[in-house]
Design a protein around this ligand. Sequence first.
Ligand code: GDP
Length: 478
Amino acid sequence: GTLTVGELAKKLHKEPSEIIKKLLFLGVMATINQELDKDSIELIAGDYGVEVEEEIIIDETNFEEFVEEENEAELQERPPVVTIMGHVDHGKTTLLDSIRNTKVTAGEAGGITQHIGAYQVETAGKRITFLDTPGHAAFTTMRARGAQVTDITILVVAADDGVMPQTKEAISHAKAAGVPIIVAVNKMDKEAANPDRVMQELTEFELVPEAWGGDTIFVPVSALQGEGIDELLEMILLVAEVEEYKANPNSLARGTVIEAQLDKGRGPVATLLVQSGTLKVGDPIVVGNAFGRVRAMTNDLGRRVKSVGPAAPVEITGLNDVPHAGDQFKVFEDEKTARQIGETRMIRQRDEERNETSKVSLDDLFNQIQQGEIKEINVIIKGDVQGSVEALRGSLEKIDVEGVKVNIIHTGVGAITESDIILAAASNAIVIGFNVRPDANTKRVAESENVDIRLHRIIYNVIEEIESAMKGMLDPEY
Ligand code: GDP
């Protein structure tokens, strides 16, 4: 960046007049407010034996990417943030309710519980934060947005049912995120409960109990009867102690959106999980692509609060727009900065959305290949019989024009449907109909989504058309 004479003087701890004098010697007539070019700055600084380092320009509008380095001395212990995952009907919701009902934050009893997407309980003098959207949909959405909020996963497995498809999915998600897993073997009150079988089945996923030489914590519980809840919470605190979760409470707050919606009376409402710093009423804030000033804060007991520290969930109002779950938020020094950054992000998002709607069409394929924008053409094939669909797939997969290939993302027998179009729109694909057509509604959706549908009756023609498009030789359509 550039500096004025005055700014440079300040940085060099010299009087501006001295700098002006030096500049005169160099043949430059300058005033105190004059901007200097890079060469002059280097020359003057060099004269004082100071080396000019290329200043790292931190783009505050991309605050997700710039996390200030925390001073180790400022870090303090914070509560762990826990997500409950597992197969449907294995008792996630019941467990969340049971934990909440038995352990309402001490000293706050009597509050009316509010569903704000997360809650805190206190046990043995320590707090634990639970995200109370069970299942991995929320977990995955947040991770897809680059947010990592969960410290510990509780994997709920019903003792009478064992490992099921969503149990496996949950394990994959937790492992992909590198989050420690505690297994809650639930429904222990049931006659058919067989915890040994659950443990046996989980060894296949490297979740091995200590008794069997592993290091996974298993806690037998009955969410319905409230049995084993204390032990489960103890184990969470044990893991937290080992992992040493810390944050600096004495800084401007930042964190992640847990959920958000538009409230008829209050406007945009968002539940934020503070991950570092302390969030206060009145703070100028940017939340995803929304911004504003924190007008009011309500905790999970429906109480108005003035400030909250790390790992606390809180519902805020005062934003100009509704953010998304998984968006990051950051507090800024002053409202002007927050507004500027928020507006820049909003404009950027609008531009990105506009670009996203320019789907691949066969007509502009050649341009995109030329500009190196695409290396693969995504294609969906729908046909009247399985045989021709497979034949078409085989032939298209052989196409290779200067390193650009055809990628078949979906095939099917039958008419082109709306869901084919949605898939195509989401993955920038072209839809090929072989002896099949879209109905009127599907056609309309395709038009509004900018999805290109190509209808053919001869395999050779399909291949020729795609190849010509890739080579920029497509005949203009009339
Ligand atoms: P989710 O789909 O994982 O959230 O499961 P739910 O919490 O909705 O529970 C599914 C069903 O299992 C409900 O009928 C619960 O009452 C029942 N359930 C949950 N936990 C237990 C338990 O510990 N023992 C028994 N017997 N039933 C339970």
